[in-house]
Design a protein around this ligand. Structure first.
Ligand SMILES: *[C@@H]1O[C@H](CO)[C@@H](O)[C@H](O)[C@H]1NC(C)=O
Ligand SMILES: *[C@@H]1O[C@H](CO)[C@@H](O)[C@H](O)[C@H]1NC(C)=O
Length: 528
């Protein structure tokens, strides 16, 4: 029996239904008659790869031989939003994670290459039954899984616009879903006269994702005038988001329970790769006394401008006793401050009304990083928090950190393969020019972002110089799929994008050059 059905068009639902039907028929057929040729080939190459050995018929990279497979797994790559070229150069490894007591900060050397064979695949052509690409087994030693815990001692507060809260749901869900930690979200534009937001339905959406969210309009209806603002300048204007950010202390205290230990004041783009290490870091501090935790900015220029305080984007944590000391003074603190930012108001209020001083927590990052953040993410540094990932730089943080569910602290753990390849788990696979990787001091941070010199050393140093594109070829993580529970597969898709075609007519030579412009995709498939 041959798989000869067609699958033109991307992400076709009809195709999926047909595929499931065929798989069902094949399975039924196998149950009755033993494995058919087509099925056993699929089984051997893709559905259950269980040998360490190379598979037969590896495809060599060749322009004429462009392959495609009618497999749900390749459907995932066909999704339009991955934005891949029609033809791709594809390779994959199947990873067996061995959990144990590993030193996650050491770059482990693996003498064999990571990318062992490449196949050219068409994402648009008809399905064929030629050999599927091999998925050679790779064993990686990783830390234990994070324990399944509840975090009812944590409340997080965020003030943001309705639309930003709606679009941020998957990212909040990554670190909050199923944790028991509360999220209090104040919708900063809910009181606008033209606003037609349905807050209960947004809250229901969050709760469908198992996030214990409370989504409310501002409790402070009008802006509180500062002492340096003439009273009649902004009569009954709505409270600006900075004031709402500061007033989150009150909104969170209102919802604190006897279990609550810490109030986390966040920006709407503060991201935690996982709550377990954050909670472990907070546990080092005393929540029964007034305590103020956070991080400075990582660009010293910001500190010169804004001063010494817990920068909001990194996440700021107040113990309940400190929050209770501040609560009666919040409005007067806004009146008295000359600072426009919520984190600045908090700093002034803490200084004016308590003797508490800021305690810095390693691993919380304000990320005042503009441009390419690769140097940070490829440095092996552990991050309790990440910030500015959708504005100053762009990184798909929820997809990147999804691997924390497979192997806990292995996010951004590094491995070296052969003599030229570095995996920074969840972020990138990088191949270096021959001989270069041996010369690089991997304990240093590559200065990939704008102006790292001097300004960032006190947080990230020592640096090493930025490499050129000729020295370094990176596949960045763009998507993940699945779960690595028993019998499941968690897939990380790393892509090196080909330069895109310029518009305009193309000559024969240009068209030929075009054929070479294929995105390169490496999938790491973690088997549960
Ligand atoms: C890995 O190899 C590099 C380069 O040969 C070497 O400097 C490093 O010490 C090795 N690391 C380990 C953990 O053996
Ligand atoms: C790196 O490994 C490749 C493949 O094994 C080999 O051809 C090359 O000479 C090696 N480079 C160095 C600098 O050792």
């Amino acid at each position: 029996m041959m798989l000869t059905h067609q699958c033109s068009g991307r992400a076709s639902f009809a195709f999926l239904v047909a595929l499931l039907l065929v798989l069902f028929l094949l399975t039924a057929n196998r149950l009755h008659n033993g494995p058919s040729a087509a099925f056993s080939r699929l089984k051997g190459d893709w559905i259950s790869v269980d040998g360490e050995e190379h598979h037969d018929g590896q495809q060599s990279l060749s322009a004429e031989k462009t392959n495609n497979f009618c497999s749900q797994d390749f459907e995932f790559l066909r999704q339009g939003d991955l934005g891949l070229t029609d033809n791709i150069v594809y390779s994959r490894r199947c990873i067996r994670a061995v959990h144990g007591n590993v030193d996650r900060d050491v770059v482990t050397n693996i003498s064999t290459p990571l990318i062992t064979s490449k196949t050219t695949l068409s994402l648009t052509a008809e399905c064929t039954t030629v050999e599927a690409p091999p998925c050679e087994r790779l064993t990686l030693h990783v830390p234990p899984n994070y324990p399944q815990e509840q975090y009812r001692h944590l409340i997080f507060g965020v003030a943001s616009s309705h639309d930003r809260l709606k679009e941020s749901l998957p990212v909040f869900a990554h670190w909050l879903s199923g944790t028991g930690a509360q999220l209090v979200a104040v919708v900063s534009d809910a009181d606008r006269t033209d606003a037609t937001f349905d807050l209960p339905s947004l809250e229901a959406e969050y709760r469908q994702h198992d996030v214990a969210a409370t989504i409310i309009p501002p409790t402070q209806k009008v802006a509180i005038p500062r002492k340096d603002t003439p009273l009649d300048a902004t009569p009954s204007a709505p409270s600006p988001v900075e004031q709402l950010h500061f007033l989150l202390i009150r909104d969170m205290l209102d919802r604190a329970t006897p279990e609550t230990q810490w109030l986390g004041v966040l920006d709407d783009d503060t991201f935690f790769p996982a709550l377990h290490p954050l909670s472990a870091a907070l546990r080092q501090h005393d929540h029964t006394i007034p305590t103020w935790l956070g991080a400075l900015a990582d660009n010293f220029v910001s500190i010169k401008i804004w001063g010494y305080m817990a920068y909001g984007g990194a996440g700021t944590f107040l113990s309940v006793p400190l929050a209770r000391q501040l609560a009666p003074h919040l409005e007067s603190c806004i009146r008295e401050t000359t600072v426009v930012s919520g984190d600045g108001m908090l700093r002034d209020c803490v200084y004016a009304h308590t003797t508490t001083k800021l305690t810095l927590v390693d691993g919380l990052y304000q990320h005042d990083i503009r441009g390419d953040p690769a140097g940070f993410f490829e440095s092996g540094r552990r991050a309790l928090s990440i910030h500015h990932w959708k504005s100053w730089y762009r990184a798909p943080v929820a997809q990147m950190a999804a691997v924390t569910r497979v192997c806990g602290d292995c996010f951004l753990q590094r491995w070296r393969f052969g003599n030229d390849t570095l995996l920074a788990n969840g972020y990138s696979i990088t191949t270096y020019r021959d001989g270069l990787l041996d010369k690089i001091d991997l304990s240093r941070v590559e200065g990939t972002w704008q102006e790292p010199d001097g300004k960032f050393d006190f947080v990230y140093g020592p640096f090493r110089p930025r490499l050129s594109e000729a020295d370094k070829k990176s596949y960045r993580l763009v998507a993940v799929d699945g779960e690595a529970r028993k019998g499941g597969r968690f897939r990380q898709v790393y892509v090196h994008r080909a330069p895109r075609k310029d518009s305009g007519g193309s000559s024969k030579e240009e068209e030929e050059a075009e054929e070479g412009r294929m995105d390169e995709v490496v999938e790491l498939i973690w088997e549960g």
